[in-house]
Design a protein around this ligand. Sequence first.
Ligand code: GLC
Length: 653
Amino acid sequence: MDIEKTLQALTLEEKMKLLTGKNNWENEDFGGKLPSIFFADGPCGLRKMSVIDDSTHKNTAYPTLSMLGCSFSTETTKMVADAIAEDCIENDVDILLAPGVNMKRSPLCGRNFEYFSEDPVLSGELARVYIEGLQERGVGTSLKHFAVNNNENYRFYQNSELDERTFYELYTKAFEIALEASPWTVMCSYNLVNGIYASENPWLLKGVLRDKFGYNGVIVSDWGACMHRAKALKATLDLEMPHSQASFGELKQAYEDGFITEHEIDNSVRRLLELIEKCQAAKTYRKAQKTKEERHKVAVEAAKDCIVLLKNDNSILPLKSGSDISVYHSSSSSFYGGGGSSHVETENKVERIDAVLRKRGENITAYTKHYSPSGTKYSIVCVGNSPEIEGEGFDRENISLFSRHNEMIERCAEDNPNTIVLLYAGSAIDVSKWIDKVAAVLYVGFCGEGANEAVADILFGNVSPSGKLAESFPISLADNPIEKEEEYEPYVYYKERFDIGYRYYDKHSEKVRFPFGFGLSYANFVYDDARLIKHTETDYTIQFTITNQSAIDAKEVTQIYVQDVYCASERPVKELKAFTKTLLKAGESKTIQIKLDRKAFAYYNAALKDWYVENGKFNIYVATSSQDIKAEFAVDIQLDEYTQFTAKNTKLL
Ligand code: GLC
């Protein structure tokens, strides 16, 4: 398509009509004069809705982003994105409305299951490869929800109020990293940011996303997020979705009033035509290669990499095949995702764990609803949250399970010390009522249609669990740093600044049940020969050797944290700056190298309006959770004072 020629051939009226959708899921195509683009959700599998009656197609359900966050694996994340791309290609979808990278500010947020983590580096790196995984197959993405959209209650009209450092260091850092993959679209959020709706916020969309982060693609509104189409155009929002009857008239009036210009309209139309061209070009080469069975296998393999072993007293797991087992569930063991626009209708019925185990020839007695002593050697209790408890559009009231779930576990544990809990939920859960009474806990999370096949493989040691929590689990709701909103307020003030998740619990370790980055393995890993290689004042290579000292192949997640020992500005105790996941066969050793550059030491300086490394001492930690350090190095950064914030290092001077 010749963009400029096509642009010139459009009338002003047609250009204005192009700025709002044709219907719920397509752009305006003027009856075929322009190619159309089909948008569809969502982050853990394709949810393609009919433009006629909003019925949906059935597709493969993969682990949610919250569980891909627990995988700490760019490889697994990319594998899932590649498989979802297949579903999109097969169903003629051009843009997948994902990934979401909003921070998990509070464990109550209803959509935490849809987001990777409480940490921006983990979220950003996984989002980057997720976007690459889809776009390399010719399916566009929509990085969302830009920005500071961290609760569901009142999301359409509540204002997120926060300071500049918190904004850049915590709430947009994941977007900034993910933008390195050049998402074909970015979706603005519903909420206001510092007093102005995101959809019409010139500072947010033009000043930050385009001018500071360098994004020059299409900005699309969240569905129904565009409040004033003409103001949104001036803020450089390009496409309002879904179709809005009022928008054309509003744009026409604003043009006649001189509030908007044809030049501004052309800028948006040009970006839309470039997107249309990208989608059209992709159709010439993209094709689905995997069968549905192969995609289901991807869902299973991914789930194995995500599930987190939280407790395993006396190494009760893995179980031996043929063990005498009772399974108790309250139907939660078939929940594979949360509620709302990310929910995938699956072709494959998601079998409950007892059905999966029985199919594998295991000796299972299953009980539903009520508890009755079984006398078997092991009791497996399945609990968790349905999509009615964790979903889009509402926040949780608490982080407890249903009381009947807690009671079932407690009664099982009273009768049987070998009680194993399977926890199917999308965010942090208060486990205090029974955690000390049970022998083992697997956090299955919302792990897609393959969850229980993966659980079966982990329970019987066909694979060692390797997931690590990407969200801190507080001991109780009262122990988390974010106050619950008792009543509606027009704004939420982020007064805690960067004190969320492990950034908070590093200063209050007595309040966290399971820390960020925590997860057990069947293998025992030994770290040694840790070295730090200095290249420049702010460029280092960390090298260490990991040995798998057990008889089972297993994957190990290593996390690199950096602490600014003394800084004139307040900084978190430490921050995740890199991570890696390594497969080690039984008895195998591997030497790993991880590089750190200036970004690992810098903080956002509001005076310079840029990232800045203050000279002084830093600690670098090699860790297997935010509270389990395996090696540490002290460095003293002494950048030449005359060059630290000259024009070379900042955009201000
Ligand atoms: C929803 C969600 C967004 C989704 C869109 C289309 O309201 O906020 O994540 O992609 O609308 O369903």
